[in-house]
Design a protein around this ligand. Structure first.
Ligand SMILES: NC(=O)c1ccc[n+]([C@@H]2O[C@H](COP(=O)([O-])OP(=O)(O)OC[C@H]3O[C@@H](n4cnc5c(N)ncnc54)[C@H](OP(=O)(O)O)[C@@H]3O)[C@@H](O)[C@H]2O)c1
Length: 219
């Protein structure tokens, strides 16, 4: 399975403002690029916090009733707002990947649920990928924030990153960034190769691959 990500960041690497409401950092061109990237994927994955900010289907213009796109939400809390626009969207197949310790509400039958019951304190990326592999996913697009995205990078599961560098400065010690977690040491530093860059107005569209030496074997 190929795993790619797409994120719009400020010049200082932030992905949202202090309010942490849904915010579009990118321009109309960025939105068009997002559509193009979604076309490459048969699954789009976000974390609970991102979904709570935008609890709507993530579709591409190629998604149809015959060829729906997987919408995957990863959550420890199972605090997932379920609006009719999401639940009833037939162009998206819905999948929740949840933690076993969560007290689970009941979910509509249109939503598939997998619960991690392994030995680790939180569901690992390898398990998430297994759940998707079992469903035939070939290209996963991670549109999550930095807390989840860094877990894919740390697990050496991320193949390529699309990053839009937006002409904005957000600042702040607690505003979310492209990558969260505790950070990599010098020995663990992840290295990337720039595959392409495009300047459109004041935005820069960057496409990187994660260097092979740091990546696990995936099929
Ligand atoms: N600029 C952009 O392109 C962009 C893209 C995406 C998001 N954002 C913004 O970024 C912010 C969210 O950032 P975030 O880092 O919190 O992202 P996120 O995509 O919501 O990921 C974090 C959430 O995922 C769940 N989670 C994380 N690791 C997990 C694991 N191992 N197992 C199960 N669940 C796990 C938790 O959900 P629960 O809390 O439900 O347990 C956690 O709160 C929001 O403000 C969002 O709007 C911006």
């Amino acid at each position: 399975m190929k795993v790619i990500s797409n994120t719009a960041i400020s010049l200082d690497g932030r992905i949202n403002t202090v309010e942490e409401q849904f915010t579009l950092l990118g321009s109309v061109v960025d939105h068009q690029k997002m559509e193009q990237i979604r076309r490459m994927a048969d699954a789009v994955l976000v974390g609970g916090q991102t979904f709570r900010n935008w609890p709507y289907p993530s579709l591409s213009d190629q998604a149809s009733n015959e060829h729906p796109i997987w919408n995957v939400i990863v959550s420890r809390s199972a605090d997932i707002p379920l609006l009719p626009q999401f639940v009833e969207e037939t162009r998206a197949r819905k999948l929740l990947l949840l933690h076993k310790q969560t007290t689970l509400p009941s979910f509509p039958s249109s939503i598939e649920v997998e619960i991690y019951d392994g030995p680790l304190p939180v569901p690992p990326v390898a398990w998430m990928l297994d759940c998707l592999r079992q469903r035939g996913v070939q290209t996963l697009l991670v549109e999550a924030g930095g807390e989840l995205l860094v877990q894919f990078l740390a697990a050496d599961a991320l193949d390529e990153l699309y990053v839009t560098l937006c002409p904005l400065v957000i600042g702040g010690r607690t505003t979310p960034g492209l990558m969260g977690g505790t950070g990599f040491s010098q020995a663990e530093l992840r290295r990337l190769t720039l595959l392409s860059s495009e300047v459109v107005g004041s935005e820069i569209f960057l496409h990187y691959s994660v260097n092979r030496a740091m990546k696990m074997e995936k099929n």
